[in-house]
Design a binder for this molecule. Structure first.
Ligand SMILES: [Zn+2]
Length: 411
């Protein structure tokens, strides 16, 4: 069967505002939805035939899917007619039309023939050089590529595959997030990041080459810690995504962080029995922002349940096309990943969205010493505050770190 699927226009979403607002207060027993078909090979070739403006953003949108922990890869190809071409991306100009439209033929479980994505330059015809417009174009292309990979509209309203782009703005979703990643992993299988230089540790750091599974502090003392650490330099990049799944056996402090040489964490998301926080370096002093609860919590902070699975996701991007300002969106989601995903495993429990502005000063601006691209490594850590704490045992079921590497194309 041949399918047409269109993304909502911004102004159409205004018409549906009543429905959208009320929907946010429904229980979050929701999940990604799969199309009836997926691509037949993990290597998916796309032809970028969009116009001169929109085509700049196609590689970034494709990279955002490649960065997800699933075993599928979007690769550019130079011919729209080659037999190996799976996806054709083009620009159209339809006044009053939708943002974009995708068409494909589904012969379950695989797409048959080529999938075509039509980007409507009229609907995307904002000032193409404005940051908000760049975000919008990337969001729309990434969303349509999600369809082309076999994802239907999600019922999770903070996912990229949610059909209403006004939510993408509200939650600052530019790229696939956890719910989207789960859908992709269900279609194509999970992928694991293996770039960590160190493995599990007890009472301190230790070396190893396997995927980190457990972080332990076996002999608690003040500020003792265990960490997994990679010295891999972060590339000059517009976008970074870190995802981890943590099982807190003991309510100790856990964080994922970027570091600046030996200068300590540059930016870190922290989860402990006081709640979830964003910690960043302001001068030489760590500063803390409390993660405000938006979903499924009545208190102002989220306290993780002992032994519960918790997902942490941090998306960092340059704001206004400059390394002087970074935007951070942190998500905390309860629940686990499952190949047979069902039910309400993953309620959205907290998010933080803020901008750290290196250009200085003013309310809401938090000047770090250097742009985030100067971070030299990243790490995950669990630590104790005092010797009176019991031994910790955090399990890292999965830990992923991704950086876009397309600065030369869009910065
Ligand atoms: Zn859609």
């Amino acid at each position: 069967m041949t399918q047409l699927k269109a993304s909502l226009l911004i102004f159409l979403s205004f018409l549906a505002l009543g429905l959208i607002v009320s929907n946010k207060f429904l229980p979050e027993a929701k999940a990604f939805q799969l199309e009836g078909c997926r691509q037949g090979s993990p290597t998916v070739y796309y032809y970028n035939g969009a116009d001169s403006v929109e085509s700049q953003y196609v590689p970034l949108a494709a990279e955002s899917w490649n960065d997800m922990p699933a075993q599928v890869f979007l690769i550019p190809i130079s011919s729209p007619t080659a037999s190996s071409t799976n996806i054709i991306i083009q620009s159209v100009f339809v006044q009053g039309g939708v943002l974009a439209q995708i068409s494909y033929t589904c012969v379950p479980p695989y797409f048959s023939g080529k999938t075509t994505i039509a980007l409507n330059d009229w609907a995307l015809g904002c000032n193409h050089t404005s940051p908000g417009c760049q975000d919008s174009i990337i969001q729309v292309i990434a969303h349509e590529l999600g369809h082309a990979l076999g994802l239907d509209h999600s019922t999770v309203n903070w996912s990229l595959m949610w059909p209403d782009n006004s939510n993408w703005q509200e939650y600052r979703i530019f790229v696939p997030v956890l719910d989207d990643a789960k859908g992709l992993a269900q279609w194509y299988g999970q992928n694991h990041d293996t770039s960590f230089a160190s493995s599990s540790a007890s009472g301190g750091s230790a070396s190893g080459t396997t995927l980190p599974l457990t972080l332990q502090v076996t002999t608690p003392s003040s500020s003792s810690y265990a960490k997994v650490y990679s010295s891999t330099s972060l590339p000059s990049s517009q976008l970074a995504v870190m995802i981890s799944q943590v099982s807190a056996q003991t309510l100790y402090r856990f964080n994922i962080a970027w570091r600046q040489g030996s200068g300590g964490p540059y930016v870190a998301e922290e989860l402990d029995n006081d709640g979830a926080k964003l910690v960043y370096l302001s001068g030489t002093t760590p500063a803390v922002l409390i993660l405000q609860t938006q979903r499924n919590q009545t208190s102002s902070q989220h306290i993780p349940a002992l032994g519960a699975l918790v997902w942490l996701e941090v998306v960092v991007e340059e704001v206004n096309g400059t390394q002087n300002s970074i935007g951070i969106t942190a998500y905390e989601i309860a629940g686990g990943i499952s190949p047979t995903y069902s039910g309400d495993c993953c309620p959205f429990v907290a998010s933080l969205d803020t901008t750290i502005d290196n250009t200085g000063g003013g309310a809401g601006n938090f000047p770090p010493p250097n742009p985030w691209t100067s971070a030299s490594s990243f790490e995950a850590r669990v630590w104790t505050d005092s010797s009176s704490n019991p031994a910790s045992n955090y399990q890292l079921s999965d830990f992923w770190n991704f950086q876009g590497d397309l600065c030369s194309k869009i910065c």
